[in-house]
Ligand binder design. Structure first.
Ligand code: ATP
Length: 211
């Protein structure tokens, strides 16, 4: 069955790193990929752009194709959501359809700090995306928990609903939203690190430009 893959993030702003890896993950798994912007918990630094502005940028970035779609359910809830709860809700909607949580290697290395992380495998597979320029050493506790779940065969992902971990070798692009925010704040114009749609309307990038 065609898997449904979820790619969560702050997307502050969405950049070509996100889009390119989501696209390639979709090709490698033959999956529909939904980008899912997150509410940021109060103890973390607030995103520069508001939730509404981040969604507007996502909509502009995704225009003109249908492989990558947008899922705003986490923003529609009042507070921040736990990934586990979101995936459990999606599991109820998806029936037996395979679900894949896509994580950059840095996010996967930090899995241990997530609410109910061991139970994630009851509801989803995890697709780990390589990310250059980031020291993402998987802690021994996480490796022990996932060792028996690893597969390198996308067919295994397609044939069961949840429970596996697959490494997805995508084209490495060393791009981060942090770097893009720095460039925009310094008055630079990182035109080719951002999807073209973000330049269609000057208001979209205004939150990041110096006043
Ligand atoms: P920031 O610099 O603000 O922390 P970011 O560029 O890391 O932002 P996020 O929205 O935090 O972007 O990331 C969402 C997801 O995308 C995470 O799983 C992250 O690991 C992954 N990701 C972001 N950029 C890349 C990239 N260039 N290559 C692979 N994965 C990426």
């Amino acid at each position: 069955m065609k898997p449904l893959a979820l790619f969560g993030g702050t997307f502050d702003p969405i950049h070509i790193g996100h889009l390119s890896v989501a696209w390639e993950a979709s090709e490698l798994l033959d999956a529909e990929v939904r980008l899912m912007p997150a509410n940021v918990p109060p103890h973390r630094p607030a995103p520069t752009a508001s939730a509404t502005q981040r969604v507007e940028m996502l909509r502009a970035a995704l225009r003109g194709q249908s492989r990558l779609t947008l899922d705003t359910r986490e923003l529609e809830r009042s507070g921040p959501s736990y990934t586990y709860d979101t995936l459990e809700e999606l599991r109820r909607e998806a029936g037996e359809r395979p679900l894949v949580l896509l994580l950059g290697a840095d996010a996967f290395a930090g899995l241990r700090s997530w609410h109910r992380w061991r139970e994630l495998f009851n509801v989803t597979h995890i697709g780990v995306i390589n990310r250059p320029g980031i020291d993402a050493c998987v802690p021994a506790e996480v490796e022990r928990a996932v060792a028996a779940r690893r597969t390198d065969d996308p067919e295994v992902i397609r044939s069961q609903a949840a429970g596996k971990v697959i490494e997805l070798a995508v084209t490495p692009l060393e791009v981060s939203a942090t770097r893009i925010r720095e460039l925009l704040a310094a008055g630079r114009d990182p035109r080719y690190l951002l999807p073209a749609g973000l330049f269609d309307d000057a208001a979209l990038l205004a939150p990041y430009r110096a006043p």
